[in-house]
Design a protein around this ligand. Structure first.
Ligand SMILES: Cc1cc2nc3c(=O)[nH]c(=O)nc-3n(C[C@H](O)[C@H](O)[C@H](O)COP(=O)(O)OP(=O)(O)OC[C@H]3O[C@@H](n4cnc5c(N)ncnc54)[C@H](O)[C@@H]3O)c2cc1C
Ligand code: FES
Length: 263
């Protein structure tokens, strides 16, 4: 099936490993998909093992490596689909629909950015950091989780050249005790960002959007919704807009300008 670049791609699992409490990192080999994906887009994965489960699992990616032909996805095991995905082993095959949705936009003339990740929102945020590093935009990062054991990605962000990586945990077991918004508020007061990119729980993104609005900094958010089709056909993934209209998360998003969204 193809539709405007969207296609069903066969993939082979290259590795699937635990990287933190409840967090897995899968690398799939799918050369055409890896070459087609842009940071911020997502894939819709068929997880084999239960014929009654026909819905695919939508997942962002942290690295699409066109040279290696691989796509890296960090995902939380939360229900049946992601549990079965966590049980796939190297050499197993399935299919992924993609590229789905729109990429993170680059902001013309942006010189300094901040990326803010909450929980498993770190996956598309790492992809965003790769995009910024590749285009020579200096960036800082804020990564927040509930507790130290759930933390992933800070070393990757440092390796990509983040100026500062601020860690927050709800329980204070790593970095600063508190929320990503606490760390972002300090960074916004100290530094002159042109744009903030964020993905995480909706309440966190609403807070990030508010801080950015107050600071006069553009904010781009990656939204999540329950999804059936993943390409604009079923109408299950509506996001309410500030102007009273609705947009689809899968086709019009998942990336939106924070000012567009009705928080
Ligand atoms: C565009 C997009 C990108 C995503 N990227 C990632 C990613 O990179 N890493 C990652 O770990 N997860 C990501 N997710 C979330 C992931 O799709 C869900 O966790 C997954 O579909 C759950 O499937 P399941 O069968 O394991 O659990 P289910 O049994 O379907 O659900 C388990 C629990 O998770 C909730 N849930 C399921 N889907 C969603 C959703 N889309 N949004 C919010 N809550 C949900 C359910 O209400 C339920 O409480 C993304 C979702 C979207 C829409
Ligand atoms: S998931 Fe079907 S329209 Fe978005």
């Amino acid at each position: 099936m193809t539709s405007g670049g969207l296609a069903v791609h066969e993939f082979t699992v290259a590795l699937n490993e635990g990287v933190a409490d409840g967090l897995m990192r899968i690398v799939i080999s799918a050369p055409e998909l890896a070459a087609a994906l842009a940071p911020g887009q997502f894939v819709n994965i068929h997880v084999p093992g239960d014929a009654s489960q026909i819905l695919r699992v939508p997942l962002s990616f942290s690295h699409a490596d066109a040279a290696a032909g691989t796509v890296e996805i960090v995902y939380a095991v939360v229900g049946d689909g992601t549990r079965r995905l966590s049980e796939m082993t190297a050499g197993e095959t399935s299919t992924a629909v993609g590229p789905c949705g729109n990429p993170w936009p680059t902001v013309p003339a942006a010189r300094r950015a901040c990326v803010v990740a909450g929980g498993v929102g770190v996956t598309p945020v790492v992809a965003c950091a790769r995009m910024l590093a590749a285009s020579g935009v200096a960036f800082d990062a804020v990564v927040g989780t509930q507790t130290a054991g759930k933390l992933w990605g800070t070393d990757v962000l440092e390796g990509l050249g983040a100026g500062a990586v601020a860690v927050t945990t709800d329980d204070g077991s790593a970095g600063r005790r508190g929320f990503t918004t606490d760390a972002l508020a300090d960074l916004l007061a100290e530094k002159d960002y042109d744009v903030v990119y964020t993905c995480g729980p909706e309440v966190m993104m609403a807070g990030v959007a508010r801080l950015c609005r107050d600071a006069g900094v553009r904010c781009l958010v990656s939204m999540e919704r329950m999804m059936c089709c993943g390409f604009g056909a079923c109408g299950t993934c509506n996001v309410a807009m500030a102007d009273g209209t609705y947009k689809s998360c899968c086709k019009d998003g998942p990336v939106f300008d924070a000012e567009e969204v009705a928080w």
